[in-house]
Design a binder for this molecule. Structure first.
Ligand code: HEM
Length: 489
C-alpha cells in the first residue's frame, strides 16, 4: 500500500472517530432520557435563530417530558436538567455533582486562562476559603456609588438625545455602567468608564472578551491547544489584563492608609492572601471573577429589564414610573411591590445565565428514581426551561406577568423565596452555592431603573429586530432603544 493510501486511511479513521464521538453520545450515558441531535447546538451559527427559539423548537418537548436530556456542548456529551426535583437533588448533593469549572474541564482554553480557579467553579475546602473571604463584602456594601453612577448613566443618554442621536445601542453603555458599579462597590477602585470615553483597561477588556467568547473557540475549545498566532496573542493579552487589574486593586487598597478598615470583597481577599490562606494566583483568579460575574450578569439583566419596560411601556414603564416618583431613599426601593414584582418576573422570563454545565459526577449515581449516571459525566442545568415549564408556572408560563408574584411586598418576597427554595426559579442557583451577588445585582437594578424612570422615557427602536442572543448569556441581541427626556417630573 502506497504512503498516500496509508495516510488517507489514517485520516479517514481519525475523522470517523471524531464524527462518532460527536454524533453519538457515549454508550454508558442513560438510555431512558432523550438525546438532542448533536447538530442542534450548531444551528444558531448557521441560521438566524435565537436560543429561546432553539429551546422551543428542539429541546422543550423532550425536556418537559423527561426532565433531563443528553446534549452535545463544549466538545463533549453532557446531561442537561430542568426538572425542579432533579435540580434540587443536584444543588443539595455537592459531593456527587461536584463543581468542575473550565479550569478543570478545559484547562488549556483561553476562557480558563481568563477566570482560573475561582469561587464559582471551585469545590470543597478551596471553595470554602474563597467563599469565606468574599461573602461579607458582597453582602454588606455601600450603595452610594450605584446611585452616583445611575445619574452619570442618565446624563450620558441625555447628552446623546441632545446631540440628536435617534437611537442608542445599549450593550456598550450598560457594560460601562456595570463595570463602574462592581469596581467601586466590591474591588475598591473606579474603572471610570462612564467618566472617560478613552480607558485603556476597558479597551483591553473589550478586546479580550471578543476573543474569549468567539463562538468557534467556545464550541471547539481544543483548538486553543494549537499554535495559532492570534490565539497565542489572546493568551498574552489575558495575562496582561489580569496583571493590570490585580495591580490596580492592590495599589488602590494597599496605598490606602485606612486599608485595615476597608470592607470591600477585594480587601478581604488581600487579607486572606496576606495570611497565607490563598496564594497570589488564587487572589488574582478571584479578583477577576468578581469583576467578570459582577459586571456581566447585572449587565444582562439590566438590558433585559430595559427591553421589557420598552416593550410593555404603556403598562409597566408607566406604572413603575408612578411608583418610584416620590421615593428619595434608595433603600426604600426594596419595599416597592411593582418594581420588585417586575424584576422577579424579568429574572424568571429571561434568566441571564441560561445554560450552566459545570458539575461533574464523582461516582455512579441516580438522578431521581431511575436515571443512572456514570462517574465523570458533566451535568448542567437549563434555567430557561425550568422557569418556562407549565408544570411549575401553569398555562401562563411563557407570558410576562409580574402580577403573578402578588400585590403586596410581603407576599411578593415570600413567593420569590419559595420559587428559589422549590427550584422553580434557578437563575441565581440555590442552596449552599447560591449566588453571592443577588442582593447587589437587584440593588443595582432598582436604583438605576428608578433613576431612569424619573429622568427618561424609552421605547424599542422600530428598526431593531426583536431577537435574543443565539447562545451563551441570555439577553436581547444588540438592543437599540429610543429615548426622550421625562419632562413631566
Ligand atoms: C443578575 C445578576 C446575576 C445572576 C443572574 C447570577 C447568577 C449566578 C448563578 C446562576 C450562579 C451559580 C453558578 C453555577 O451554577 O456555577 C452564581 C454564583 C455566584 N455569583 Fe452570581 N449572578 C449575578 C450577579 C452576581 C454579582 C453582581 C456578583 C458579584 C460579584 C456575583 C457573584 C457570584 C458568586 C461569588 C457566585 C459563586 C457562589 C458559590 O459558588 O459559592 N453574581 N451567580
Amino acid at each position: 500500500m502506497g504512503i498516500f493510501k496509508i495516510l488517507g486511511l489514517i485520516l479517514f479513521l481519525i475523522i470517523s472517530y471524531i464524527a462518532f464521538v460527536v454524533v453519538v453520545p457515549p454508550l454508558n450515558l442513560p438510555k431512558n432520557i432523550p438525546t438532542i441531535p448533536f447538530y442542534v447546538i450548531f444551528l444558531p451559527v448557521i441560521f438566524p435563530i435565537d436560543q429561546t427559539e432553539l429551546y422551543d423548537l428542539y429541546i422543550r418537548e423532550s425536556m418537559e417530558k423527561y426532565g433531563a436530556v443528553k446534549i452535545f456542548f463544549g466538545s463533549r456529551w453532557n446531561i442537561l436538567v430542568s426538572r425542579s426535583e432533579y435540580l434540587s437533588q443536584i444543588f443539595k448533593d455537592e459531593d456527587t455533582f461536584a463543581k468542575s469549572g473550565n479550569q478543570k474541564k478545559i484547562p488549556y482554553s483561553a476562557i480558563a486562562a481568563y477566570t482560573g480557579d475561582n469561587v464559582i467553579s471551585a469545590h470543597g475546602k478551596v471553595w470554602r476559603d474563597y467563599r469565606n473571604a468574599i461573602t461579607k463584602g458582597l453582602q454588606h456594601f455601600d450603595d452610594a456609588p450605584i446611585s452616583k453612577n445611575a445619574k452619570l448613566f442618565c446624563n450620558k443618554i441625555k447628552e446623546r438625545v441632545q446631540n440628536g442621536q435617534v437611537s442608542v445601542h445599549m450593550g456598550p453603555l450598560s457594560q460601562r455602567l456595570a463595570l463602574d458599579n462592581i469596581s467601586q462597590v466590591a474591588l475598591g477602585f473606579d474603572f471610570a468608564t462612564l467618566k472617560h470615553e478613552k480607558n485603556a483597561l476597558h479597551e483591553l477588556l473589550i478586546h479580550i472578551k471578543k476573543q474569549i467568547f468567539h463562538p468557534f473557540f467556545l464550541t471547539f475549545p481544543f483548538l486553543d491547544l494549537l499554535p495559532i498566532p492570534s490565539r497565542r496573542k489572546t493568551f498574552r493579552d489575558i495575562a496582561r489584563f489580569r496583571g493590570l487589574l490585580v495591580k490596580r486593586v492592590q495599589d488602590q487598597l494597599i496605598n490606602n492608609y485606612k486599608f485595615e478598615q476597608t470592607t470591600f470583597a477585594a480587601s478581604d481577599l488581600i487579607r486572606a492572601h496576606n495570611k497565607g490562606t490563598i496564594d497570589y494566583k488564587q487572589l488574582s483568579d478571584n479578583i477577576v471573577i468578581i469583576l467578570v460575574a459582577g459586571h456581566e450578569n447585572p449587565q444582562l439583566l439590566f438590558n433585559t429589564s430595559l427591553y421589557l419596560l420598552a416593550k410593555y411601556s404603556s403598562k409597566w414603564q408607566e406604572r413603575l414610573r408612578q411608583e418610584v416618583k416620590n421615593v428619595t431613599d434608595p433603600k426604600a426601593l426594596a419595599d416597592l411591590p411593582l418594581l420588585n414584582a417586575f424584576l422577579f418576573e424579568t429574572v424568571r422570563m429571561y434568566p441571564p445565565l441560561n445554560t450552566i454545565i459545570n458539575r461533574c459526577t464523582t461516582k455512579v449515581c441516580k438522578l431521581g428514581m431511575d436515571i443512572v449516571i456514570p462517574k465523570n459525566v458533566y451535568v448542567g442545568y437549563n434555567n430557561f426551561g425550568t422557569s418556562h415549564d407549565a408544570k411549575n408556572w401553569g398555562p401562563t408560563a411563557n407570558d410576562f406577568e409580574p402580577d403573578r408574584w402578588g400585590s403586596d411586598i410581603e407576599t411578593i418576597r415570600k413567593n420569590w423565596r419559595l420559587a428559589k427554595n422549590r427550584c422553580v426559579v434557578t437563575a441565581f442557583h440555590g442552596g449552599r452555592r447560591a449566588c453571592l451577588g443577588e442582593k447587589l445585582a437587584l440593588t443595582e437594578m432598582r436604583i438605576t431603573l428608578a433613576e431612569m424612570l424619573n429622568q427618561l422615557k424609552w421605547s424599542l427602536d422600530p428598526e431593531w429586530e426583536e431577537k435574543f442572543t443565539p447562545a451563551g448569556p441570555l439577553c436581547p441581541l444588540n438592543l437599540m432603544l429610543r429615548f426622550k427626556e421625562n419632562v413631566a417630573k
